[in-house]
Ligand binder design. Structure first.
Ligand SMILES: [Zn+2]
Length: 251
C-alpha cells in the first residue's frame, strides 16, 4: 500500500478513538516505519541457504506482526503511550499490505495500489473493527490469520481498515483484567499442577507394573497418559499468554 493509504487508515482510527494529535502523528509515523526502516526476517535463497533479509510486506511472518503488537501492549501497560502507538502503527502496516494481492505482474500490483490510494477508509469498517475487538493476544493472532490478499481495491481497503481498527482496539484495550481473569488463570494453574502430577503417577505406576508383571504393554498406557496431559495443557498456554497481556507474570 502507498503511504497515503497507510496514514489515511491511521487517521481514521485515531479520529474514531479520539486520540490526541501527538499520538495520531505517532501512529501515522509508525504506519510507514516498515518502509523506511525495514524489519529483518530469516529467508531462504534458491540454493536453500538461510539468510537475514528484509521482512516481506505482502506475506509477512505472523511473528513479526505479533512481536510489534506485544511491544506496543507492554509500552501501553507501563504508560509509554507514544511508544505503544508507534509500535502498533508498525504492526498495522503489515496488516494493510497483507490485504493487497501482490498479483502476478508488478504492474497490476502497482495499479491496484494506485486505485486504493484514491479510496477513503470506510468509517463503517473502523467502527465495526472497534466493536468486534476483544482485548486478547489470541484475538490479535486470529485477526492476523484472517487477513487475505484482495484483488478488488475496495475490498482490500475495507479489510485493511476493519482489521487495523480491530487490532488497535484490542492492543489498546483495558489495561487490567478487572479481576475476572485472575481467578480463571489461578484455576488453570492449579489444574495444570494436578494434571502433571497425575500424569507422572500414571507413568511411574505403568513402569512399576511392567516391571512387576514383565508386561511391556502397560508402558504404552503410561505414555498415552503423559501425551494426554500435554495435549490438555494447550488451554493453559493460551491463558498464560492472556495473563501476560494484562501484565500478570507467573511466579
Ligand atoms: Zn510496505
Amino acid at each position: 500500500m502507498k503511504w497515503k493509504s497507510h496514514t489515511a487508515i491511521a487517521r481514521a482510527i485515531a479520529e474514531e478513538m479520539g486520540l490526541p494529535d501527538d499520538l495520531e502523528e505517532e501512529l501515522c509515523e509508525g504506519s510507514v516505519d516498515p518502509d523506511r526502516r525495514p524489519d529483518a526476517a530469516m529467508k531462504v535463497d534458491r540454493m536453500g541457504r538461510t539468510f537475514i533479509g528484509r521482512a516481506p510486506h505482502h506475506d509477512p511472518p505472523a511473528g513479526i506482526i505479533m512481536g510489534h503488537a506485544w511491544r506496543s501492549r507492554e509500552a501501553y501497560l507501563r504508560g509509554d503511550d507514544r511508544q505503544a502507538v508507534r509500535c502498533l502503527g508498525r504492526a498495522l502496516h503489515y496488516i494493510q499490505d497483507k490485504s493487497v494481492s501482490p498479483g502476478l505482474l508488478d504492474r497490476s500490483h502497482d495499479l491496484r495500489e494506485e486505485d486504493i490510494a484514491d479510496l477513503v477508509p470506510p468509517r463503517e469498517a473502523v467502527r465495526k473493527g472497534i466493536d468486534m475487538a476483544v482485548c486478547s493476544p489470541l484475538f490479535v493472532r486470529e485477526c492476523v490469520r484472517a487477513v487475505r490478499p484482495r484483488q478488488d481495491p475496495r475490498e482490500a481497503m475495507y479489510q485493511a481498515t476493519l482489521f487495523s481498527a480491530a487490532i488497535f482496539a484490542s492492543v489498546l484495550g483495558p489495561p487490567d483484567s478487572e479481576g475476572r481473569f485472575i481467578s480463571d488463570y489461578g484455576k488453570a494453574r492449579r489444574n495444570r499442577r494436578c494434571r502433571y502430577a497425575a500424569a507422572g503417577m500414571a507413568a511411574a505406576s505403568s513402569i512399576l507394573i511392567s516391571l512387576l508383571l514383565t508386561q511391556p504393554l502397560a508402558l504404552i498406557a503410561g505414555a498415552a497418559a503423559v501425551l494426554a496431559a500435554v495435549l490438555l495443557d494447550h488451554g493453559y498456554h493460551d491463558l498464560r499468554e492472556e495473563a501476560e497481556w494484562f501484565g500478570i507474570r507467573p511466579r
